[in-house]
Design a protein around this ligand. Structure first.
Ligand code: DAL
Ligand code: ZN
Length: 335
């Protein structure tokens, strides 16, 4: 075969084939029609196989089932025939989840019980044991062990033990509530017994009047300073308590004299007067005791004061009176 070449205007060459001279084969028309049908069927089968391959084959089990393809289905794959993406975004619950280390539960804090604070004694030093005898009359400053307002019967106050500076009972009332002269504060808890005592003293013809009652820490400071000014510091210690050490701060101590009389300390011995004698003999019946009886300086730590009475309640007063002992010794044993 010889190829003739012809040149185009742009310089390229076109190749022209010479016609072949192969023998001709004549095929009858019915045969040609049959072959056309077979060819068309084969083409359609190949196209359908291609569509299936294009659709991805067997869909994954989790994918929704694809609609079955019928012979009437369009040759072009419809969008709905494509498999839906596997739902990887929403994981299906696993029957046996494996704990992830990143979500390991944080251990809950173990509740730690807050220890209930144990009440601590506010006074470190304790009174000496009973077998050691009463504490000497030293001039020291120890907070008395029983200094709650409810401890009033047994709060020990002497040259050693004292009350808190701010100790001030909340139930102070004027002394006039007890049927005696007013102007002094006293704890309300003793008003009834003081009224009974003053009433009976009057009935006896020996009426009494008060010359002192509750004294605050500051008032006791002024009182002590007064006596220091009168007789000097050392002498004042015998007759006046240093601030904080006075039973008057309890609100349960009273200084008494005869109604219409002078200050009790102006008498040689007020207990020798009719009113003073009645008090010395009967005050305990109403819950009052003489804190500094005669001849007890070494035990009571103060000079004799026949006018100073402390309310301890009828029961304790009767007990003290029954023993005939100095009140400080009984109170010391009750610490
Ligand atoms: N006169 C007594 C001791 C007092 O001051 O409390
Ligand atoms: Zn007094």
């Amino acid at each position: 075969m010889v190829a003739d070449a012809a040149r185009f205007d742009d310089g390229t060459m076109a190749v022209q084939h010479a016609p072949t001279t192969s023998p001709r084969v004549v095929i009858p028309s019915p045969t040609l029609a049959f072959l056309g049908v077979v060819g068309l069927t084969l083409s359609l089968s190949i196209a359908l196989a291609s569509i299936r391959a294009d659709a991805g084959g067997t869909p994954p089990p989790s994918a929704p089932p694809a609609p079955s393809m019928s012979a009437d289905a369009p040759v072009s794959p419809a969008p709905t025939q494509r498999p839906s993406p596997a739902p990887t975004a929403t994981p299906s619950p696993s029957p046996s989840p494996t704990p992830s280390p990143t979500v390991a539960p944080t251990p809950l804090p173990t509740p730690v019980a807050t220890p209930t604070p144990t009440p601590q004694p506010t006074v470190a030093p304790k009174p000496p044991p009973v077998s050691a005898g009463p504490p000497a009359c030293e001039y020291t400053d120890l907070l008395t062990p029983h200094h709650a307002y409810g401890d009033w019967p047994i709060s020990l106050l002497d040259t050693i033990y004292h009350l808190p500076a701010g100790y001030a009972p909340g139930d102070l009332v004027d002394s006039s509530a007890a049927g005696v002269n007013g102007g002094y504060l006293l704890r309300g808890l003793l008003v009834a017994d003081l009224l009974a005592m003053a009433t009976d003293a009057r009935s006896n013809g020996t009426p009494i009047k008060l010359v002192s009652g509750y004294r605050s820490h500051a008032q006791q400071q002024a009182t002590f300073d007064y006596w220091v000014g009168i007789g000097g510091y050392k002498e004042a210690l015998r007759t006046s308590a240093r601030p904080g050490h006075s039973e008057h701060q309890l609100g349960t101590a009273i200084d008494v004299t005869s109604e219409g009389g002078i200050a009790p300390w102006e008498y040689a011995d007020w207990a020798a007067t009719p009113a003073g004698a009645w008090m010395a003999a009967n005050a305990w019946r109403y819950g009052f005791v003489m804190s500094y009886p005669p001849g007890s300086y070494d035990l009571s730590c103060y000079d004799y004061e026949p006018w100073h009475y402390r309310y301890v309640g009828r029961d304790l007063a009767a007990r003290i009176a029954g023993t005939g002992r100095v009140p400080r010794l009984i109170l010391w044993e009750l610490q």
